[in-house]
Design a binder for this molecule. Structure first.
Ligand code: ZN
Length: 127
């Protein structure tokens, strides 16, 4: 347990550029080979411990207790576990390559809008 977890302070939020719904590739860790040429959707982002849950990646056996009130049958379930953000890369929709995330700002009236861009082809990663 880290010092941060033991303290009563709210845990610090880590800046994570990946968002829920993004298509990513797992580039490191247990599932790197299975996802080397296949991208998968991000199901959840945890900004306090900098992890993402990726569809069909890092499957664990979750032992669940039966809960009739929530209609949970119980037993051993296959479930995605969170993986660290540094182990995934976003896939650019226009050049279809795993990429680092750049940033571009533009003026829209009197407010500045920031969009994430691909480091390879500079195409926007957000529509
Ligand atoms: Zn690109």
């Amino acid at each position: 347990m880290s010092v941060q977890e033991r303290s009563n302070r709210r845990p610090a939020r880590v800046p994570v550029l990946i968002r829920k719904g993004d298509m990513v590739r797992v580039v490191s860790g247990r599932d790197r080979l299975g996802f080397a040429h296949r991208s998968a959707r991000v199901l959840a982002v945890n900004r306090t411990d900098a992890t993402v849950t990726v569809e069909h990646a890092q499957i664990i056996k979750k032992h669940t207790r039966r809960n009739p009130q929530k209609n949970v049958a119980g037993g051993v379930l296959d479930k995605e576990a969170p993986i660290h953000v540094s182990n995934v890369m976003i896939v650019c929709p226009s050049c279809d390559r795993p990429t680092r995330i750049g940033s571009k700002t533009r003026q829209e009236g009197n407010r500045t809008v920031r969009t994430r861009v691909c480091k390879h082809c500079a195409a926007p990663l957000d529509r």
